[in-house]
Design a protein around this ligand. Structure first.
Ligand SMILES: Nc1ncnc2c1ncn2[C@@H]1O[C@H](COP(=O)(O)OP(=O)(O)OP(=O)(O)O)[C@@H](O)[C@H]1O
Length: 967
């Protein structure tokens, strides 16, 4: 062992486990041993092995080994210098590099421990001074302390105070000796003086014990603080601090061998206690450091804990007496040495960093950790994550609001529908009762049936109609078709549903005077004048069958007032008070009669108290005769408002939506000629026609009322707060007496008030009956145009938002104008408007888990067009494709014709273009077969529960499918 390898060599070993360096020093026989003719039985046969050379018996050879091998074995002729250089120097001088070190001398009494350690300490200190001399660029501070452990008491050998010292446990430094004097050593001479002081103190102690033997453990500690090289790359060098312990243990002989008693026995026990604990610690450490190591069982092991298996390099020099008389102790020493050489320590460079260096190191560590976080964050956290989250949250909130609003609207709509359905069912039950009564009375089929539009919001109001006495009721608007009109309608209708519409008959009652009108039964005065519906129009009307909401009230019991006995012979043409229409247009000369589909029963103010109205259901004829009884109102001022008649003509226009759920073209074709005919015949003012067919504002307002039923409550509330209109005053002046009259009247007032911006002419019988749902269902004047308008807006938005062509096709083909489609179309319109607004603001939308942007939608649309072009190849023959190309104006000699055609689809707002596009796309993707043949499409009924709508389920399913295809 040596330190010639230099400081670097020492530091390389730092941080690594290394075994305690164990060497054996065999001294020569001393004078006493020679004097008693003792012989030396031990021989160092080489630098590492010592053998027992006495002649052992066979049994003894089996018990004791004869050869021992260690790191180094020093024979009796080896000098202490040699022992230092090869057995302690490297370990001891580790202190100058900041590594703790310890050098022990272990052996029996008089084996040469003190002799050896004195030399080791001297040489070490000499080399330390030399090292300091060679490293003048570094600053060194040496501190010196010496302590003695005697009878498990610790004493400071420097201080004159003989008070035993206490051992304290310091969390950083381990076990420290309280009040231990540390003398700063300035130079060699000063160190020598201190050693002298220590020796003097020890002598004093020994003197006090009146003994000269070294039965105590002495520990000389030299702590060196030095400014070290910049191990960490800091500007300022760090400070190293380490301690080297020179330990001269007491004799390891057993207490029994002291052959003493009393104080000497106690002394020996304590010595052996520390040595026994030292041996135990060594044996424990040899097996590893996992188990409990009893450092604290003795003062010696507590103080030397770091030197025994801790942060220190350790060298143990075991001294032996060669005398045969000490063979047993020598064997024990060799056994201890053998255990010690198995013990490992883990020495570290003890760096005391300056605050500045510490700050810099911490900053470097912080930067390193931040880099790790950033690199880790890149893998998991997308950039602008927080902003993205906020954006998503906003979108979610917006969508939630839209969903809430639409859900509320739907709920209100379904509630209205359900309420209506219940009312109709109630009315139907009542009608069955009345039908029985009528049948019994033998008046069935004598009067055309009425299709009554319930204008009343109240439950049970219609159920009371059959027995209702409405003395104040002045006008009854009944709509019907004339056979010729029906025939015309057939000719204009493109769908079977229109051709099968029932031909309705009008019972016209007209009277100039105002006797009470009795809508009685069998006593109907003009029964014989009633005209039967032409049987040629009695074909079952599928369309009518489908309409659950339709009310057919048999008119047989309608006891028309005697005030108008000539309602069929046009005798009333001079009477403006009652406007009746007959399908035969026999009253065409009268503007009032020319209303053609209306029956207005006017009752004089003075006679209004006796108006009664009854209606029953004629089950047998409900598909044959149907007359639309639009509204019943009270109007004592009717004669003052001839426009009532004209307005009632507007009811004829409502025929165009008489349960038409299919083709708007058919509707248009139906209504126009009819109205034209009426205009010719009845001289209906043009303005009124316009009001019906050309005034989008009027229609819009009406449709707004329809569309919301949802909003009806709001409308009512607002109307209730509005100022009294003329119509209001008019109606209020009717002195309504019966509950149902009041309901009708109230309803009329409410609706009229909501139409304050209308002209007075619009506050008519028609308008009074502007129940949202009912107006749509029975007075279809508003919905077709509104349907066109909404569909047009939807188509434009489809184009703007790059909506899927398949989706457009399905929607286009599915929703053709049924009033019940309004909800879906309104939802679609709102959805598209929201989409457009969002896109225009540069935002995106998450739909079905996918992020939609204008760009992504455009790409999806292009993909879809490509897909459709491929489908053309599959779906059509070459000839069919050529025909298609010609039809769509694509040159047959051009390239990519299929793709050209795909890019032409759904690119115009022209409805024919859209219809053709839809037809082609449906063919290409098989919608025609798969979806559009659904019975739901043509036999759609009002669902009793929204969730049961297969139509809407199909619609959603297609949307989801398209979303998946797009992404
Ligand atoms: N290697 C050696 N060569 C010559 N003399 C030696 C050697 N080792 C020890 N001695 C002599 O042996 C005697 C006892 O030595 P020393 O006091 O060092 O023993 P010790 O182990 O310290 O005993 P104790 O445990 O009582 O302190 C001394 O006089 C010393 O000079």
């Amino acid at each position: 062992m040596g330190v010639d390898g230099g400081e670097e060599q020492i530091q390389e070993r730092a941080g690594c486990e290394e075994r305690i360096y164990v060497s054996i020093r065999l001294r020569p026989l001393n004078e006493n041993e020679i004097a008693r003719n003792d012989v030396s039985d031990w021989e160092c046969i080489n630098e590492n092995t010592i053998i027992y050379r006495d002649n052992l018996s066979v049994s003894e050879r089996s018990m004791y080994p004869t050869a021992y091998t260690f790191d180094r074995v020093f024979s009796p002729d080896c000098s202490t210098r040699q022992v230092y250089e090869q057995g302690a120097k490297e370990v001891a001088l580790s202190v100058v590099s900041g590594i703790n070190s310890s050098v022990f001398a272990y052996g029996q009494t008089s084996s040469g421990k003190t002799f050896t350690m004195s030399g080791i300490t001297e040489y070490t200190m000499a080399d330390i001074y030399d090292y300091i001399e060679r490293h003048k660029e570094r600053k060194f501070i040496m501190k010196f302390s010496a302590l003695e452990i005697y009878n498990e008491s610790v004493r400071d050998l420097i201080s004159a105070d003989s008070t035993p010292l206490r051992l304290l446990d310091d969390p950083e430094r381990g076990t420290v000796v309280e009040r231990l004097t540390e003398e700063t050593v300035k130079d060699r001479n000063h160190f020598g003086e201190l050693l002298s002081v220590c020796e003097a103190q020890r002598q004093i102690g020994e003197t006090s014990l009146n003994e000269t033997s070294s039965r105590s453990h002495q520990i000389l500690r030299v702590t060196i603080e030095s400014s070290a090289r910049d191990f960490l790359g800091n500007d300022k060098p760090s400070t190293l601090t380490a301690t080297v312990n020179f330990v001269d243990l007491a004799g390891s002989e057993r207490a029994s061998q002291t052959q003493s008693a009393g104080t000497r026995l106690k002394e020996g026990c304590h010595i052996n206690r520390s040595l026994l604990t030292l041996g135990t610690v060594i044996r424990k450490l040899r097996k590893g450091k996992n188990g409990h190591v009893p450092y604290r069982d003795s003062k010696l092991t507590r103080i030397l804990q770091s030197s025994l298996g801790g942060n220190a390099r350790t060298a143990i020099i075991c001294t032996l007496s060669p005398a045969r008389t000490h063979v047993e102790q020598s064997r024990n020493t060799l056994l201890f040495a053998s255990c010690a050489k198995e013990v490992t320590t883990n020495a570290q460079v003890n760096v005391v960093m300056s605050d500045r260096a510490l700050v810099k190191q911490l900053q470097m560590e912080l930067a390193r950790l931040q880099d790790e976080l950033r690199s880790a964050g890149t893998a998991f956290i997308p950039p602008h994550f927080a902003a993205l989250l906020r954006e998503k949250d906003l979108e979610i909130e917006k969508l939630k609001q839209v969903i809430i609003e639409l859900s509320q609207q739907l709920n209100r709509a379904w509630s209205e529908v359900e309420g209506l359905r219940r009312r109709q069912q109630a009315v139907g039950d009542e009608r069955l009762v009345k039908q029985e009564r009528s049948s019994t009375a033998g008046v069935d089929n004598q009067y055309p049936k009425l299709r009554v539009q319930n204008t009343c919001d109240y439950e049970n109001s219609l159920t009371e109609i059959p027995v209702l006495a409405v003395p104040q009721c002045r006008a009854v608007s009944v709509r019907s078709f004339t056979p010729s009109q029906a025939s015309d309608r057939q000719s204009f209708s493109s769908e079977e549903s229109f051709t099968q519409l029932p031909v309705l008959r009008v019972n016209i009652s007209h009277g100039t005077s105002s006797p009470p009108i009795n809508f009685g039964g069998s006593d109907l005065p003009y029964k014989e004048n009633e005209e039967r519906v032409d049987e040629s129009f009695d074909d079952p009307c599928k369309e009518v069958k489908c309409i659950e909401s339709e009310l057919r009230i048999r008119y047989a019991d309608l006891n028309m007032p005697v005030a108008n006995p000539n309602r069929y012979d046009n005798a009333n043409r001079s009477s403006p008070g009652l406007n009746t229409n007959s399908y035969d247009n026999s009253n065409a000369s009268s503007p009032a009669i020319n209303a053609a589909t209306s029956v207005l029963t006017d009752v004089d103010n003075e006679d209004k108290a006796n108006l009664a109205f009854r209606s029953t259901l004629s089950k047998e004829q409900k598909e044959l005769d149907s007359v639309h009884l639009d509204y019943i109102i009270s109007s004592s001022e009717k004669l003052s408002y001839p426009w009532l008649v004209e307005k009632d003509i507007s009811g004829c226009s409502s025929l165009k939506l008489t349960r038409s759920r299919s083709c708007e073209e058919g509707v248009t074709g139906l209504i126009s000629p009819w109205c034209e005919s009426e205009e010719k015949n009845s001289h209906i003012p043009i303005w009124h026609k316009r009001d019906v067919t050309e005034s989008p504002g009027s229609i819009q307002r009406k449709f707004c009322a329809f569309k919301y039923s949802f909003r009806s409550e709001m409308s009512r509330n607002s109307s209730q707060n509005s100022s009294k209109s003329d119509a209001d005053n008019e109606l209020q002046a009717q002195n309504v007496t019966t509950p149902n009259e009041k309901k009708f009247a109230d309803r009329a007032v409410q609706v009229t008030e909501t139409e304050q911006d209308h002209t007075l002419a619009e506050k008519t019988v028609k308008d009074v009956g502007l129940d949202p749902i009912q107006d749509d269902m029975g007075s279809p004047s508003g919905w077709p145009l509104e349907f066109d308008k909404i569909r047009g807006e939807i188509i434009e938005l489809w184009h703007v938002c790059h909506i899927s062509l398949v989706y457009r096709t399905y929607f286009f083909l599915l929703f053709k104008g049924d009033p019940k489609d309004y909800i879906y179309m309104e939802v679609e319109l709102r959805r598209l408007s929201f989409l457009k607004d969002t896109f225009s603001q540069g935002n995106h939308i998450v739909e079905d888990g996918q992020i939609l942007t204008p760009d992504s939608s455009m790409k999806a649309l292009n993909r879809e067009r490509h897909m459709l072009s491929q489908q053309m190849q599959k779906r059509f023959s070459e000839g069919e494709r050529e025909n298609l190309f010609r039809k769509w104006g694509i040159g047959l000699d051009t390239k990519n014709r299929r793709l050209q055609l795909a890019h032409l689809l759904w690119t115009d707002t022209n409805m024919q273009h859209n219809a053709e596009s839809a037809a082609l796309v449906a063919k290409l993707v098989g919608l025609a077969e798969q979806e559009m043949t659904s019975n739901e499409l043509f036999k759609l009924k009002f669902p009793t529960k929204p969730r049961t709508s297969k139509k809407f389920d199909n619609f959603k399913r297609i949307r989801n499918l398209i979303s998946i295809l797009q992404h």
